[in-house]
Write a protein that binds this ligand. Structure first.
Ligand code: FE2
Length: 467
């Protein structure tokens, strides 16, 4: 052996250190994952992909999707599109698959966007549903009938287990398809909380709205069977004055209805629902939220209404994250954070989910609400009354991953990784929930990040009563 071997122990230590740094890069903050992902470009599936297949039959309903239809989960909005003629807006439904005894009549709408004219977009709300019951429903009555099913949530109550999936910024690339398939492989997830940026049609020339249709057909395999709770993102704005399109959110508003009136909201972009043991507030990053605006006044009145004895879990959805340490969309959520963060701490929001940044990140419980212009207290600090902030903008759209992070990792950031994936929030009971994040490269059973949540409201209440 020559001199190389005599120096080997030193080399080995160095090598070991390099490997460890490669696995996890620790800093003042939490963990920046060193997971190495593929580097191929993320591209959309072609228009003739089988994923976008039009269902056979004359005027067959397509793009079928459902969402909660009222405040407490006893109604469902059923939506679909017909292309040849309006056809029927009726939904037949019932609990016996072979005998759909009930019916409801919906309405249809359509819109033009530049040189595109939509199909006939039907929306029908079916009401007075029983809790925790499997329903079958049929659409396309009179032409090509298609049948689907869903399960209603358990009655609203404090100790009701329920599992939500979290998907954001999905788009319609090959990676989007992997994300959706990965999500579907989880047998527990019952409802998707969608964090905005749906089809990415606006990335195409003239915002080619055909890509809204392909997206609707792509997701139907999930959205026809379980509700997706919608949050509007920037790719839903479709504001294009150069094309003569000056009404924001036109395609989104026509296609994706939400039950905003049942939570006394004046706009479909901010609203709330109760589902099982969760109270879910959806906020609008791209509607006015300053003081005196409709969204501000609504949220100010909404938060005190949340009864944590009835719905212990308070979850907020928005598109643009408030805490984001990637060099993409940096601080875009900052002005909304300044407006609403004191309320989130006061009302002990458990968790805030956002999208927009095409990566994954989870914060510690922090707040940054002490600043008064002159006191210099303008940094996030640990705060047990504050929510955990989680960015799940990693659905896999054609814009690709956000890979560039601010360095060093800020102290508020607990875990970050630039990979496509989805998350799951599994409520066990009034006090505990188990949260996991699943990167697309792993099998369903693998959680790349996980956290036990101890309910913020009841944790504090229990601590107070123990004193
Ligand atoms: Fe976005």
């Amino acid at each position: 052996m020559g001199s190389w071997w005599r120096g080997a122990p030193c080399h080995l230590e160095l090598l070991l250190a390099v490997i460890l740094v490669g696995v996890v890069n620790r800093s003042d903050g939490g963990v920046t994952s060193g997971f190495v992902r593929k580097v191929e470009k993320t591209i959309d599936m072609p228009l003739d992909s089988d994923i976008f297949r039009v269902p056979p039959g004359y005027n067959a309903p397509q793009q079928v999707h459902i969402t909660q239809g009222n405040l407490d989960g006893t109604a469902m909005i059923i939506s679909w599109v017909t292309e040849d003629e309006p056809g029927s807006s009726e939904v037949l439904y019932g609990t016996d698959e072979d005998k759909l005894e009930l019916s409801a009549e919906g309405k249809y709408t359509r819109y033009k966007f530049y040189n595109y004219t939509s199909g006939y977009i039907h929306h029908c709300t079916i009401r007075h549903l029983k809790y925790d019951t499997e329903y079958y429903y049929a659409v396309g009555i009179g032409h090509t009938v298609r049948k689907f099913w869903f399960t209603t949530p358990p009655a609203v109550g404090p100790d009701v287990p329920y599992t939500f999936g979290l998907i954001g910024d999905l788009g319609q690339s090959y990676d989007s398809n992997v994300t959706l398939t990965h999500y579907e492989s989880n047998p527990k997830a019952q409802t998707v909380l969608f964090l905005g940026d749906l089809s990415y049609a606006d990335n195409y020339p003239n915002h080619d709205n055909v890509r809204w249709d392909t997206w609707g057909r792509f997701i139907e395999r999930s959205t026809a069977y379980q509700p997706w709770i919608w949050t509007a993102g920037n790719h839903e704005i479709d504001f294009a004055p150069n094309l003569g399109e000056t009404v924001p959110f036109k395609p989104y508003r026509h296609r994706y209805h939400v039950p905003y009136r049942s939570s006394s909201s004046s706009s479909p972009f901010w609203y709330s629902i109760k589902r099982a043991s969760a109270y879910i507030i959806v906020l609008a990053s791209y509607s006015a939220y300053g003081k005196y605006t409709p969204q501000y006044k609504w949220l100010e009145a909404e938060l005190p209404k949340v009864n944590r004895s009835e719905t212990p879990w308070l979850i907020v959805l928005m598109h643009a994250p408030w805490y984001n340490s990637y060099n993409y969309h940096y601080m875009e959520g900052e002005s909304m954070r300044v407006m609403y963060e004191p309320w989130f701490v006061k009302y002990k929001v458990d968790v805030v989910f956002a999208g927009h940044v095409h990566a994954y990140e989870r914060s510690y419980r922090v707040s940054n609400i002490a600043y008064d212009i002159v006191n210099g207290k303008c940094e996030p600090v640990p705060d047990e009354s504050a929510p955990v902030y989680i960015t799940v903008g990693d659905g896999g759209n054609l814009e690709g991953l956000a890979t560039n992070m601010t360095e060093p990792q800020p102290s508020y950031s607990a875990f970050r990784e630039s990979s496509f994936g989805h998350a799951v929030f599994e409520i066990k009971n009034q006090t505990h929930a188990y949260y996991t994040w699943h990167r697309n490269q792993d099998g369903n059973a693998v959680a790349a990040d996980s956290l036990w949540f101890y309910n913020s409201y009841w944790k504090t209440a229990n601590e107070a009563s123990a004193m």
